[in-house]
Design a protein around this ligand. Structure first.
Ligand SMILES: [Zn+2]
Ligand SMILES: [Zn+2]
Length: 354
């Protein structure tokens, strides 16, 4: 088994070779068909999250040990199954739910393993998909994606699920309400792809890159786009909402500027969902959330049930796919650099066996 591993925070990714593991108990060994390169891998690689000012949260303090094989957006083909594994057979193509918890705590028992206090997320706390093989602890984390391409489906495990779970937190939204999405990166495009399955509300996407906004309009033509570099986004949203502001805003960037902008555009009873990990601080006038009855909340990935719902929607509705390009596994470091610079439209996907 050849894996591209992080051996030192901020260092180069290194090729390491190991004996291909044999599944025991309920484990399932997958041959990695596709693995998405996610912006959150950058934070693991660099070793910290910016909190604003000079403050940081260190990834190692969150329990991430090295060496680590990153990659949490994986589709694989079942290579071998443990003696107690059930529900899959050798040769099945499956999407991996990577946000695995301890299986015993109140969060895990209520379908919120992504909130587990002893997380075992694949590609974060346990080895992930920047490798030719991946071990999954239990077949219950594998989803049937018949009819979908591996390189399209892999990113539903993180980008798609995160976008979908954040969208659900803003629902229901009526036709005369407005949902603002900030950031047309991988998550934002996934939200645009699926949003019409959840609401008829007016949807406005803000970004600074015209080509990404064009992709938004191609995916879902009813989504309005605003280039917040050339147009004052606050003014544009206020005009589009008849001066009342947005009922819901999802900030997929979530830095100091976008969070302040989002807060300023919220209408009465509005909800602001903070998703992005770009870092920064938000100062707000404390009476405003009370006077306007606001909800400010975060959203982190999503549950196994939500991923099943999302995959069902994608399978049944034949939605337009977001742009995906595939690359050999050895390109991971270069791609992460491009993700950092905002150069990737849609998703970059590694295909170790192509
Ligand atoms: Zn748990
Ligand atoms: Zn991710």
């Amino acid at each position: 088994m050849k894996s591209l591993q992080l051996t030192k925070f901020g260092g180069d990714l290194e090729w390491r070779e190991y004996d291909t593991p044999k599944p025991s108990g309920k484990e399932v060994l997958l041959k990695v068909a596709a693995c998405g390169v996610c912006h959150s891998d950058l934070h693991i690689w660099e070793g910290f999250y910016e909190l604003g000012g000079d403050e940081r949260i260190y990834v190692k303090d969150r329990g991430v040990d090295l060496p680590l094989t990153m990659g949490h957006e994986v589709v694989g083909v079942v290579e071998a199954v443990g003696p107690d594994a059930s529900g899959v057979s050798v040769g099945d193509k499956r999407l991996v739910y990577p946000w695995i918890g301890c299986g015993e705590c109140k969060y895990c028992r209520s379908d919120r393993p992504q909130m587990c206090l002893k997380p075992g997320s694949l590609g974060v706390f346990k080895d992930g998909g920047y490798s030719d093989f991946l071990m999954v602890p239990n077949a219950q984390y594998l989803l049937n994606i018949d009819g979908l391409e591996a390189e399209q489906a892999c990113s539903y495990a993180c980008a798609g699920l995160t976008a979908y779970s954040a969208l659900k937190k803003t629902m229901p939204l009526e036709e005369d309400e407005t949902l603002v999405l900030i950031g047309a990166g991988g998550l934002g495009l996934m939200a645009v792809q699926v949003v019409r399955e959840l609401t008829k509300a007016q949807v406005i996407m803000l970004d600074v890159d015209d080509s990404k906004l064009e992709t938004v309009r191609t995916l879902t033509p009813s989504v309005k786009t605003v280039n917040s570099k050339s147009v004052d986004p606050h003014k544009a949203v206020m005009e589009a909402t008849g001066g009342v502001g947005a009922s819901a805003i999802i900030d997929f960037v979530n830095n100091a500027q976008t969070a302040a902008l989002a807060f300023s555009m919220l209408g009465k009873n509005g909800i602001m969902v903070m998703v992005g990990l770009f870092g920064g601080k938000l100062a707000i006038s404390t009476p405003v959330p009370a006077l306007k009855n606001l909800t400010i909340r975060g959203s982190y990935t999503g549950s196994l049930v939500e991923l099943r719902e999302l995959v069902d929607i994608i399978k049944n509705k034949k939605l337009r796919p977001i742009p995906v390009k595939t690359y050999p596994l050895g390109d991971a470091a270069r791609l992460l650099d491009e993700v950092k610079q905002g150069k990737v439209t849609g998703r970059a996907v590694l295909t170790p066996h192509a």
